[in-house]
Design a protein around this ligand. Structure first.
Ligand code: ZN
Length: 434
């Protein structure tokens, strides 16, 4: 018996649907008004005769990709132009780059809050032309820690707006209330790091206050960390995500604690790899991003400015941390039961929007995730980390957003298939890939 679905205006027929760890053979996906109307066995649902039909026998349909850690104010190239961060319109080409790479949801975790909120509104007002944008708004950090004294130290505007500097539990709670009630932030971003002894760090009491207040609103808390001790304190305070690579001798303990608590790890390998090669950026970009358009490549002068002794020292440190993660660290976390999400830190130097997620997927595979786990990292695990499970983001489910990729090969066998979509569908609108 067939059930008529009059609202579907796009039908993908005979595909293998990969969602939430399942493989559903010979399925039809019916799409209408930007949402998934039905996922059914072929022939079970009669579509409207006016619906456009995409024959997809032998093809694979997966959820649109999620980059769960970006900074839309950053261009991905060296150079300091405050307007790139504060003028929301400047970021539109970067959002377009995400979509062209199959990234249909991004989470912006630190930036100029008014620009963040404006970009989110612009994207929400143009579904199907820009990816979905989730924002943290103004983050929380200890006085003089990251990003106010680091990434944004060059701009008074950014340094004072990106994060609230406090270590007072009551002030931190009040700020979370402001984020939830007034700003309608999608999640809470914090920094839990003393920058190697150069700054204070959020106390355990403040960490617990932030988490308790945020969870009361159903908001996830994501913590930028540097060391194993930062990660242990953040996890025991109840944060939902650990961002970047916590370094130190107690890393096994960190992974055990994360697995116990269900904390998601986003190692941001793409930005770590870029840092590890910041002393030789041209050779790095040629190797890591051979297909990237010339407009996203840095000019010669920018490359000269970025090199030098300081870059060499930082690069050597980043290389050690990256290789420890690629050569066993990530596999150890997975073996301990830690869930891994894909996130790039795009917007930082040599971490281009959209393209760096493709690189991240390659690096996650290289670090030992199997193909299915790489797909999960960039879809439903990332959605869970961002607190979007209920909304159907990162999954292919009835009533969920019609954000899909049609692939010519099985991404469980070949991760590169995720970077070579035959068709990208965002909020029901179809796109050619980059
Ligand atoms: Zn970041």
């Amino acid at each position: 018996m067939t059930v008529p679905i009059g609202k579907a205006n796009l039908v993908i027929r005979e595909a293998t649907v990969l969602t939430d760890g399942d493989a559903l053979a010979s399925r039809e996906v019916h799409i209408g008004n930007g949402r998934i109307v039905a996922v059914a066995r072929t022939g079970q649902v009669a579509a409207s005769p006016r619906a456009t039909v995409i024959e997809a026998a032998g093809r694979f349909v997966v959820p649109g990709l999620i980059d769960s850690h970006v900074h839309l104010g950053g261009t991905g190239l060296p150079g300091r132009d405050e307007a790139e961060h504060t003028d929301p319109v400047r970021a539109e080409p970067r959002l377009a780059d995400h979509l062209a790479c199959g990234v249909t949801t991004v989470a912006d975790l630190f930036g100029h809050p008014p620009a963040m909120f404006a970009r989110r509104s612009a994207a929400a007002g143009a579904p199907g032309t820009l990816p979905r944008v989730l924002v943290a708004g103004r983050g929380i950090t200890a006085p003089g820690s990251h990003p106010t004294s680091t990434a944004y130290a060059w701009s008074q505007t950014l340094a004072t707006s990106a994060a609230l500097e406090t270590d007072d539990p009551a002030r931190a709670r009040a700020h979370v209330r402001q984020l939830a009630d007034a700003d309608r932030a999608d999640l809470v971003k914090i920094t839990c790091s003393d920058l190697g002894g150069r700054a204070p760090r959020l106390s355990r009491a403040t960490l617990r206050a932030i988490v308790e207040q945020a969870h009361g609103y159903g908001l996830r808390v994501l913590a930028h960390v540097h060391t194993d001790v930062d990660a242990l304190d953040a996890v025991s305070a109840g944060v939902d995500g650990i961002e970047h690579i916590p370094a130190g001798p107690r890393i096994r303990q960190v992974f055990a604690a994360m697995a116990d608590a269900g904390t998601v790890w986003t190692p941001t390998l793409a930005v770590m790899e870029a840092l590890a090669h910041a002393d030789r950026p041209r050779a790095y970009l040629d190797r890591a991003y051979p297909a990237m358009p010339a407009r996203l490549q840095p000019a010669g002068r920018a490359l000269t400015l970025a090199a030098g002794q300081h870059a060499r020292v930082r690069a050597a440190a980043a290389r050690r941390i990256l290789s420890a993660t690629l050569d066993g660290g990530l596999a150890q976390a997975v073996a301990a039961g830690v869930r891994i999400a894909a996130g790039t830190d795009a917007g930082n130097n040599y971490t281009p929007h959209g393209w760096s997620l493709h690189r991240e997927l390659h690096l996650l595979r290289q670090a030992g995730l199997d193909g299915g786990a790489v797909l999960a990292a960039a879809t439903h695990v990332a959605a869970d980390k961002l607190g979007r499970k209920h909304a159907g983001v990162g999954r292919i489910t009835n009533g969920g957003p019609a954000d899909l990729l049609v692939l010519t090969a099985d991404p469980r066998l070949c991760t590169a298939a995720l970077t070579r979509s035959a068709l990208i569908i965002a909020a029901g609108a179809t796109f050619e890939p980059a």
